[in-house]
Design a protein around this ligand. Sequence first.
Ligand SMILES: Nc1ncnc2c1ncn2[C@@H]1O[C@H](COP(=O)(O)OP(=O)(O)OP(=O)(O)O)[C@@H](O)[C@H]1O
Ligand SMILES: O=P(O)(O)OC[C@H]1O[C@](O)(CO)[C@@H](O)[C@@H]1O
Length: 509
Amino acid sequence: MRLAVTIIFVASIEAFVHHKPLLKNPFNFGLSLSPDGQFDGSKIDTGKWSKIPYNLGDIYISKVQNLSDDFSSSEIKNDLMVQESSGESSYWNRLVGELDCVLFDVICGPDRPPQKQAFLRAGPRPVLHFEPKNTVAAIVTCGGLCPGLNSVIHHLTETLVRNYKAKRVIGIRGGFAGFVDKNLEPIELTLIKVNRLQHQGGTLLGTSRGGFDLDKIIKFLKENEVNQLYVIGGDGTHRAAQKIAAECIAKKLNIAVAGIPKTIDNDVALVDKSFGFETSVETAQDAIDSAVIEASCNIPNGIGIVKLMGRHSGFIAAHATLASGDVDLCLVPEMPLVLDGPKGFLPHLMRRIKEKGYAVLVVAEGAGEDVLGQSMKTDASGNKELPKIAEYIRKSIETYFEDMGMPATCKTIDPSYTIRSVAANPADQMLCMVLAQNAVHAAMAGYTEFTVGMMNSKAVLIPMSLIISTSPRQLNPYGRVLERVLSTTLQPNTLPYRPPKGAINGYKS
Ligand SMILES: Nc1ncnc2c1ncn2[C@@H]1O[C@H](COP(=O)(O)OP(=O)(O)OP(=O)(O)O)[C@@H](O)[C@H]1O
Ligand SMILES: O=P(O)(O)OC[C@H]1O[C@](O)(CO)[C@@H](O)[C@@H]1O
């Protein structure tokens, strides 16, 4: 071990002094590094790596519409575009090829069919469709607030104005209503206007639900000579954006429409995660910590109840539970709500109280519709009102513990909007930056009706129609996140039993 450390240290000094990457792998796994010092998977020492027959075959890349198929393009070479602040011409380090793609599923195994679907890799393209000096972009933020909205506005504007030298960037105020409402005058987005904007919660542009009027939006785009529209929002926003993109294509308008998936709920399908989700999970930790303190100090039988947002899905509740490690019960819409009996959550809480004196539970706001029923009331965007699950849970606990002769002290903590009104954390800032830059690269290259997202940690372009036909997504009820929740909280699994995958084929008994 000490020898290995010494070898790495000496090699590192050598690389540092001579400004060259570590060319030899000191552990000699039969892999070499490329001249750039990167892992080079093309050279394999077969003595050290097992070979399995695995026919990857053809790959199918999801088609993304490109305006250059119907309109003449500027044909400007992208590598001549970028100017360094010194005035020297510079270039993107890597231009993405037409067929560069990212596999949808990167997990393989002898029992699994080879994965064939892939998505176009995002990034600066060799040739631009739009001439920067004629590029007029508009940005709109829609739906609920989400950490990182200002960060995306900041990076979209910087990339358009600073890197591509676009003519104009217009900020549409108050969501889709801003295209229509004369009282919502658009904002000119300049470098000064967006300077340090990324550090603020909320959205500089404002947002709203409802107010979508396709004809008036198209009229606005035409009147203002907008040729790139960046729509930042969740699954509802994407349904609207897809309609705008389709209308532009139908009306033969040379306008690129790009979607950037935003939602703390993380319910936009196909992407690794939407921006803002991680910050919300992080912010929710404070609520869980408070619940632990309240529950453990209120003697006897303290129970802390934390209600977290998540309309259709339990992503925030499940991830906050796992990140905390202090939670005894997590209730999500993806699992049936069972109160009593062998799978009931009430006896489970009782067991936890007997074991450690207190208990903490996290409930997603969308849980329990199977018991409480669905409301017919909707908001301006058509989203259903949710039943009052936290109140119902609290009442059930108090009654159950009372009946068992062990009255419980329940403290409900509802961090509500506080988890989404904060600024993005560093991980979300990175995500916002990558998404915004890649949305601009793709729009400049003429792509339209696309959403930019991370897939297996790589930025890709996904057709909007595919996003909306698969969203909103939910946690996989038999997937690994919920499995982890069950194994951390020890709560009963209320889903119908299904033998674990791989129990028979993957492992010999
Ligand atoms: N099917 C649709 N067609 C046209 N417009 C839509 C559609 N669904 C939603 N919209 C519009 O998109 C905007 C945002 O929708 P919504 O309020 O559902 O938020 P969202 O994008 O799903 O984000 P969040 O995750 O915050 O709820 C609203 O202005 C709404 O009117
Ligand atoms: O009260 P509002 O602003 O309509 O938003 C509440 C909803 O928005 C979200 O934050 C995002 O969809 C949900 O988690 C929540 O149910």
